[in-house]
Design a protein around this ligand. Structure first.
Ligand SMILES: Cc1cc2nc3c(=O)[nH]c(=O)nc-3n(C[C@H](O)[C@H](O)[C@H](O)COP(=O)(O)OP(=O)(O)OC[C@H]3O[C@@H](n4cnc5c(N)ncnc54)[C@H](O)[C@@H]3O)c2cc1C
Length: 409
């Protein structure tokens, strides 16, 4: 006897979605409908082909999900948007958060009025796309202190401009973006500076990174910068030091932890559906106790990850409303601390890794074929585990906070 998975409880087992406002719930339903019709039927093919579907960008823009804090949407809503996108296609969610959480948010947080007027309308409407170029071929985890790319200030008859030399690696959306928020070390002062770099400038050489086993639909670029001349008006003006970007990186790290939730929602959906349908020994495999144990461990990981993120979202909302962080030390009137966010990123991605491995095991041999979705979910998890601060680096950020001793270097 087989059971229809549609009549079974939702993967959001504790009903966290009920905390959304009616308007937010309606927007989430709209997003789900879009994902079900425009993304789900094609996501595996895009992944197999390693081809990004730029044609759907106007439809994503029409969902009107950009800059949620400007419209007083809750952080829970913002997080669930990322989780739902990831649940259907992790690559699409990654495109979305690189563009919105990093590039657009930087324009909002640090862009001058002139830069915002010039770049923001097209970026918000996805008529132009953005990337975030920080990592370098020789500097990943240590890039903040060890950056090699340089920006040299030059003053001549044409006015002030900067000459940039160096290389960046792994830059999401980097092969096709119109602009990238590029970080380079000031050759004179050693300070790290940001530029809203026009990607079509002479000297910007972009190569697609091939043969990826994760996030195949996202286009990651290896970028070489040779004597790239950038106008002063494209430098981040409101930006004094790289440490001022903490709010930006904190926000995107929260989003990546929500991706770990989305990955687990997807893995649970696919594994449970498969387990109730797949027959072995004349019975659905879901009837075997060891398979139920794996499904329950997946659900436990997913639910604990979601609970952590829901609390973090409440802290973000409270902080923006100027309320106390409900008894959390250091949280009063502040965003959650980087250590609180790092714990969420480390914990949810570790839980995700176990969850997707359990899901892959439930699908047996079919779990290694992308056609059955689970292999894609399993492989994509590896990128999430590593980017936005690897599991180890986020763990060490928490370790430093709870002991007062840094073990990072
Ligand atoms: C799919 C994908 C998309 C990405 N998108 C972007 C993007 O859009 N923009 C961007 O700027 N970057 C991007 N990145 C880069 C990403 O942020 C880096 O991969 C990440 O920071 C790790 O750097 P690394 O790969 O150079 O690894 P490394 O820093 O070389 O680390 C290798 C291993 O050593 C460990 N390690 C390093 N230092 C320590 C230490 N002190 N203690 C303990 N362990 C340590 C790490 O945890 C890791 O396991 C992307 C990466 C991937 C895979």
């Amino acid at each position: 006897m087989s059971t229809s998975a549609t009549s079974l409880p939702a993967a959001d087992f504790y009903g966290f979605e009920a905390l959304l406002s009616p308007g937010e719930k309606a927007k989430l339903v709209q997003l789900r409908e879009f994902l079900a019709t425009e993304v789900a039927p094609y996501a595996v093919q895009w992944w197999n082909d390693a081809a990004f579907p730029t044609r759907i960008l106007p439809k994503i823009a029409a969902l009107d999900l950009a800059a949620p804090d400007r419209r007083r949407l809750s952080h829970l809503f913002t997080g669930l948007v990322v989780a739902e996108m990831t649940r259907v296609d992790t690559s699409l969610a990654t495109f979305f958060l690189v563009h919105h959480d990093l590039f657009v948010q930087a324009l909002i947080d640090f862009g001058s009025a002139e830069q915002q007027a010039r770049m923001l309308p097209d970026a918000l409407a996805l008529r132009s796309t953005g990337a975030f170029a920080l990592t370098e071929p020789e500097h990943g985890s240590d890039v903040a202190g060890g950056m090699s790319t340089t920006a040299r200030r030059v003053q001549d008859d044409a006015g002030t401009h900067w000459v940039i030399n160096g290389a960046k690696r792994w830059i999401g959306n980097g092969t096709f973006c119109d602009r990238m928020l590029l970080w380079a070390k000031d050759a004179e002062t050693g300070q790290v500076r940001g530029f809203f770099l026009d990607a079509s400038l002479p000297g910007v050489m972009r190569t697609r990174i091939e043969h990826k086993i994760a996030l195949r639909t996202v286009q990651n670029a290896h970028i070489v910068l040779k004597d790239v001349r950038v106008a002063e008006c494209d430098r981040i003006m409101g930006e004094n030091s790289f440490h001022d970007t903490n709010k930006l990186l904190l926000g995107s790290r929260v989003s990546v932890a929500w991706q770990a939730v989305g990955q687990q929602l997807a893995a649970f959906d696919v594994a449970r559906d498969y387990a109730v349908q797949r027959q072995q020994f004349g019975r659905p495999i879901a009837s075997f106790q060891l398979v139920q144990d794996q499904l329950v461990r997946m659900l436990g990981n997913l639910t604990s990850s979601m609970a952590m993120m829901v609390r973090l979202a409440a802290l973000q909302d409270d902080a923006e409303a100027g309320l106390s962080g409900a008894g959390v030390p250091g949280a009063e009137g502040q965003l959650p601390t980087m250590a609180q966010v790092a714990l969420a990123k480390a914990h949810t991605t570790a839980a995700m890794r176990e969850t997707v491995a359990l899901g892959r095991s439930i699908l047996g041999g079919n779990g290694i074929v992308s056609d059955y979705k689970m292999a894609k979910i399993f492989a994509d998890a590896e990128a999430i585990y590593t980017y936005e601060g690897s599991y180890q680096i986020n763990t060490l950020i928490v370790g430093r906070a709870i002991t007062g001793i840094s073990a990072i270097v």
